[in-house]
Write a new protein. Structure first.
Lengths: 105, 472
C-alpha cells in the first residue's frame, strides 16, 4: 500500500509534510493530522496489543472514548493516538503490555 | 458568589446556542469544551495547517456551523470559552472539576447546562475487536476532518441516516465501498411515516441527496441485512453478512462473504449521560432516543433544580433538535435569573418549540426504522469479547447471569466488565441488552453502570498538580 493512497486532497490543502518515527521506521504525517490518522494513512492498523490475551487493537471509536488507540508517544504510555496531533520527529511505539505503562522518559 | 453564573459543558450545537441565548440576555457564561475549538462533532473544524480550497466538499453543516460559531465568538465579552477542558466530576455545592493543560481545577456555578453529546453505539459481534473495524463516527471524523480514507475496500454496516451520510462522504472523497448494509428497511417505512415526514423538507432534501449519490455510484444498499462476523489474521480481511427478519435475526442460508479491509459499524448513537448521572439527575430508559436519558421538564431542566441538559446527550435526535433545545434552555435560564421576563421568554421560544415538534415527528419515523432490535445483541458468540478493556467474553457474562445476576452493576462486580479505562462506555449499552435478552424483561429493570469520578482517565500527575488559578 502506497503511503499517499488514502489521503484525500480534493477540496482541502494540508499543511507541510514531515516525518515521524513509528516502531523505529519513518512515516509521513502532515501538520494537522493526529498520530492515529497518519498511521491509518500509512496502512498500520494495529496500535496496541491487549494486556491479558495479547490481541491486536486499532482505532475504534476515533473520538477519544474507547481507549483502544493507546500508544507510547514520545515515551509516554497510554497516549491516545486519535487525540494526539503528530509533530515533526515525534516517536511513536506500538503499546505492547503492562510493562509499558507509566511515564518512561 | 459563584465563579460562573452559568456553566455549560460541551461546545457542540446545543451548548453553543444555549450560550448565545443566555449571553444575549446578559448572563455571564463559562463554556467548558473538551475540544481545541468549538463546534462539537458535527461542526468540527479543521486543525491548523489545513486550508479549505473548495467549501463545497464540506457540506451544508459546515456553513451552518460557521454562522453559529461567528455569533458565539462575537459574544466574547459575555462568554468565557475554555477549550481542552475535560470535566471529570460534579460535586455538591454546585461545583464541578475539570482537567485542562495538565492541571485540575474546580469551578463553582449558579446554573449548569450539560450538552455532552453522544457517541456511536458499540455493537459486539464476532471479530469486532479486529483492527479495521471502526465506528461510523470514527470513520466520519477521519474522512471529514483528517481527510484520510479509513481503508481501500470498505463495508458500511448498521442502520439509519448517519451511515448514508458517511457513505456519501467516502464516495465524494474518492473511496471505494463494497456494500452498505441497512438492518432495517428505509423504503418500507416511508409511506407509513408520511405524517411525520410532512413539513420536514430540508431533512428530506438532504436524505435524498445522500441516497442519490449512493445510487449513482452503484454501491449496493442492502436493506434488512446485518453483519454477522469480521474475520482476518490480525486485521479485517473479510466480512460475513446475512439477510435478517424484522427482529434483525439472521435468516438461515442467506449468509454471504465479502472481501474488505475495513468495516464501519454504525448503529446510531447512545447519549453520554455520565455527568447527569453523577449529578444524580433522574434517568429513564428510552429505546427510541438511544438508551438512558435524563428526565427533563419543558424548559430542559432535569430533576435536579438548576441543572439543564440539551442535545444528543439528553436523547439522540441530531443537531437541529439540539439547536432548538439549546435555544429553549438558554432562554429559560436567562428568565430564571431574572434577566428577561417570563412573557418575553415565552414569546421568543414559541417558534423553537414549534420547530422542535416538527423535527420530533420525523425523528420518530426514522427512529422506528433504526431502533435496535433483539437480534442485534445476539450476534456475539461465547468467545466474543464484550468488554474490550478487560477482555471479558460473553461466556464469562453468561456464567455470571446463570448465578442469578440481573443488575448491570452486579455483573461489573462479578466479572470486572466496565472497569477498564473506557469506563463502561463501550460495553455498558450491550450489557443492558444482554441482560434483557437473557431474562426477557424490560431494559429498565437492570439498571446501569454508575459512573464514578473521574469519568475520563486523568493522569494522577494532573490531579496531583492541583489547582491552577482560574482567571474568571
Amino acid at each position: 500500500m502506497g503511503l499517499e493512497d488514502k489521503r484525500v486532497h480534493k477540496g482541502v490543502e494540508k499543511g507541510a509534510p514531515f516525518e515521524i518515527t513509528v516502531d523505529g521506521k519513518k512515516i509521513i504525517a502532515y501538520q494537522g493530522e493526529t498520530v492515529g490518522a497518519a498511521l491509518m494513512a500509512a496502512g498500520q492498523r494495529t496500535l496496541r496489543y491487549t494486556d491479558k490475551k495479547k490481541r491486536p487493537r486499532g482505532l475504534y471509536c476515533g473520538i477519544g472514548l474507547c481507549q483502544e488507540c493507546r500508544m507510547v508517544i514520545n515515551g509516554v504510555a497510554n497516549t491516545q493516538a486519535c487525540q494526539t496531533l503528530a509533530t515533526p520527529g515525534c516517536r511513536v511505539e506500538t503499546q505492547k503490555s503492562e510493562k509499558k505503562r507509566g511515564i518512561e522518559n | 458568589m459563584k465563579e460562573a453564573e452559568l456553566a455549560i459543558i460541551g461546545g457542540g450545537p446545543g451548548g453553543i446556542v444555549a450560550a448565545i441565548e443566555a449571553a444575549k440576555a446578559g448572563v455571564m457564561v463559562t463554556l467548558l469544551d473538551e475540544n481545541p475549538r468549538p463546534g462539537g462533532q458535527i461542526y468540527r473544524q479543521f486543525e491548523k495547517g489545513f486550508k479549505v480550497t473548495d467549501p463545497e466538499v464540506l457540506g451544508g453543516d459546515y456553513e451552518k456551523g460557521l454562522d453559529l460559531l461567528n455569533q458565539f465568538s462575537s459574544l466574547g465579552d459575555k462568554i468565557k470559552y475554555m477549550n481542552n477542558a475535560t470535566v471529570w466530576g460534579i460535586f455538591d455545592n454546585n461545583t464541578l472539576a475539570f482537567a485542562r493543560n495538565g492541571f485540575s481545577s474546580s469551578l463553582s456555578y449558579g446554573k449548569l447546562l450539560v450538552a455532552n453529546g453522544a457517541y456511536d453505539r458499540p455493537v459486539p459481534f464476532p471479530g469486532w475487536t479486529l483492527p479495521g473495524v471502526l465506528t461510523a463516527g470514527g470513520a466520519q471524523k477521519l474522512v471529514k476532518t483528517e481527510r484520510i480514507l479509513p481503508g481501500k475496500k470498505i463495508l458500511i454496516a448498521g442502520t439509519g441516516p448517519l451511515q448514508l451520510v458517511l457513505a456519501h462522504q467516502i464516495l465524494a472523497a474518492g473511496g471505494k465501498i463494497e456494500a452498505i448494509l441497512e438492518a432495517g428497511n428505509l423504503n418500507k417505512n416511508w409511506f407509513q411515516g408520511l405524517r411525520g415526514i410532512w413539513g420536514n423538507w430540508d431533512y428530506l432534501k438532504e436524505g435524498w441527496k445522500y441516497l442519490r449519490s449512493i445510487q449513482k455510484s452503484g454501491v449496493p444498499l442492502l436493506h434488512n441485512h446485518i453483519i454477522l462476523e469480521a474475520r482476518g489474521d490480525g486485521q479485517v480481511e473479510e466480512a460475513v453478512f446475512a439477510k435478517v427478519d424484522e427482529n434483525w435475526r439472521p435468516k438461515p442460508g442467506t449468509e454471504r462473504t465479502v472481501k474488505v479491509d475495513t468495516i464501519c459499524s454504525g448503529y446510531g448513537l447512545v447519549p453520554s449521560t455520565e455527568l447527569t448521572m453523577l449529578a444524580e439527575c433522574e434517568h429513564k430508559y428510552d429505546n427510541l432516543l438511544g438508551g438512558y436519558i435524563p428526565v427533563r421538564n419543558e424548559n430542559m431542566e432535569t430533576t435536579v433544580p438548576g441543572i439543564y441538559a440539551v442535545g444528543d446527550g439528553a436523547g439522540v435526535a441530531g443537531s437541529k433538535v439540539a439547536i432548538e433545545q439549546g435555544r429553549i434552555a438558554g432562554t429559560a435560564i436567562a428568565c430564571s435569573l431574572e434577566r428577561i421576563s417570563k412573557a418575553f421568554a415565552d414569546k421568543s421560544i414559541k417558534h423553537a418549540r414549534k420547530r422542535l415538534n416538527r423535527y420530533n415527528r420525523l425523528r420518530k419515523v426514522l427512529d422506528q426504522i433504526s431502533m435496535p432490535r433483539a437480534g442485534l445483541y445476539e450476534l456475539a458468540r461465547d468467545d466474543t469479547v464484550i468488554c474490550r478493556c478487560e477482555e471479558i467474553t460473553l461466556k464469562e457474562i453468561k456464567t455470571a447471569m446463570a448465578d442469578s445476576t440481573t443488575q448491570v452493576k452486579d455483573l461489573k462486580r462479578k466479572t470486572r466488565v466496565g472497569m477498564g479505562p473506557c469506563e463502561g462506555r463501550m460495553c455498558g449499552p450491550a450489557l443492558i441488552e444482554i441482560l434483557r435478552n437473557h431474562s426477557n424483561t424490560s431494559p429498565e429493570g437492570h439498571g446501569y453502570l454508575n459512573p464514578r469520578p473521574p469519568i475520563k482517565p486523568i493522569a494522577l500527575g494532573v490531579l496531583a498538580a492541583g489547582q491552577q488559578k482560574l482567571e474568571i
